[in-house]
Design a protein around this ligand. Structure first.
Ligand SMILES: NC(=O)c1ccc[n+]([C@@H]2O[C@H](COP(=O)([O-])OP(=O)(O)OC[C@H]3O[C@@H](n4cnc5c(N)ncnc54)[C@H](O)[C@@H]3O)[C@@H](O)[C@H]2O)c1
Length: 365
């Protein structure tokens, strides 16, 4: 599951990244790339994706994209964190081992805290516990090991807040009761989101390529309707479309057929290419920027770095702030006459500049 369907020739030197590290341990089979986009606001934090990439180029392209996204996500969420991400190349089902994860942990440790890792596609809290045996810079560990555990709970909560803010912006009312919401992908985040929407009285239509994921939702909420695939879902009469599966869900074709007034979902990198945000705006579809609304999980794992350890209630109350951040981004976009994704980028870049600059003021240690 990559956020890029193809792998153009990319080079780390052609990007604005601070540091890109290739990590290799032949015996365990570890081939990893750690990318640090920015440490302007603090150490780079981002998950480790374990995925059978078709090529090193595809893995590099993904990690460069994802690490940049993390820097913008942390900046917009108001966190004192930079942005980074890592990928491990290979099939986690066959390649993942204690030795490989610990070798990876030693490479993360070697960066001395410039990069903190966390879970992502193909890695879980129990893996973070193993990595943490070699490394001090690990979040997303299990609750038994002092970690925040599964970050999808607050990611879904944050997406829900972003959706309520979008509803306020578009319809002048936060309520989603009576609205029809299409959720593509009901995995870790999507299924929590569906529960919140059903609870609020929304009509929910779902799709997922994994039958077990669909069955779990239908068992919990028999009133939810299922359609064959994402193609069918975007053609349904929807008020809100929530992409919660792969990246690049918003293609030219999807934007043309979509009837929804709002797009707000958990998936990273939803815009298939530059310029799609303009087409969405032309069609009067309000797009709540992905990294603005899906920062709840980052807020959750970032809380592990607090001096008194992780507190769920504190993290949840910070994640509730995604409502205000989303509303602000949508309102600014409207006021400045630009699509919301541009307004979000501007705000994140400004914070990286304005607050990052303060480090230049010398303080005695
Ligand atoms: N988990 C988090 O805390 C978090 C945080 C921020 C962003 N995200 C992003 O949100 C998305 C979902 O994350 P998750 O943790 O729920 O992952 P997940 O793997 O648990 O769920 C994704 C679901 O999408 C389904 N899927 C894959 N391809 C599909 C397709 N073509 N059509 C329909 N369904 C499809 C999968 O079967 C799976 O059930 C990802 O893009 C992830 O990068 C997750």
């Amino acid at each position: 599951m990559t956020d890029r369907p193809f792998a153009p020739q990319v080079s780390a030197f052609g990007s604005h990244h601070e540091q890109v590290v290739f990590c290799h341990d032949e015996d365990s089979g570890l081939k990893a790339i750690i990318a640090i986009y920015s440490t302007a606001l603090g150490p780079a934090l981002g998950g480790t994706r374990f995925y059978p990439y078709g090529s090193e180029q595809a893995a590099l392209a993904d990690v460069l994209d994802l690490s940049q996204g993390m820097a913008y996500k942390a900046a917009l969420a108001g966190l004192d964190l930079g942005g980074g991400k890592a990928v491990i190349i290979g099939d986690p089902a066959t390649l993942k081992s204690e030795a490989l994860l610990r070798a990876y942990g030693r490479f993360v440790q070697s960066l001395g805290g410039r990069y903190y890792t966390a879970c992502d596609v193909g890695t879980y809290s129990v893996d973070m516990d193993v990595i943490a045996r070699e490394c001090d810079f690990v979040t997303g560990r299990t609750v038994e090991h002092g970690g925040a555990g599964d970050s999808s709970v607050l990611t879904a909560f944050g997406v829900y807040q972003g959706m309520r803010a979008s509803a306020q912006h578009v319809w002048g009312d936060t309520s989603l009761a009576g609205r029809t919401v299409g959720v593509a992908g009901v995995g870790k985040v999507g299924h929590h989101l569906v529960s919140r929407l059903v609870e609020e009285g929304a009509t929910v239509i779902i799709t997922d390529v994994n039958e077990a994921a669909v069955a779990r939702v239908v068992e919990a909420h028999p009133q939810v309707r299922v359609v064959a695939d994402a193609d069918a879902l975007v053609r349904e009469p929807l008020d809100v479309y929530a992409p919660c599966a792969l990246g690049h869900a918003l293609t030219d074709e999807v934007v043309e057929v979509l009837s929804a007034s709002i797009v707000c979902g958990a998936a990273n990198n939803q815009l298939a290419h530059e310029g799609i945000e303009k087409r969405l705006a032309e069609r009067e579809i309000t797009y709540a920027p992905d990294y603005c609304v899906n920062s709840g999980g980052l807020i959750q794992v970032a809380d592990e770095r607090e001096s008194d350890g992780f507190h769920f209630d504190r993290a949840k109350s910070r994640a509730a702030g995604i409502f205000d951040t989303t509303l602000d981004v949508l309102d600014r976009g409207k006021a400045e006459g630009v699509p919301p994704s541009i307004a979000a980028d501007r705000q994140a870049e400004q914070r990286m500049r304005d607050v990052g600059r303060l480090r230049a003021m010398w303080l005695p240690s």
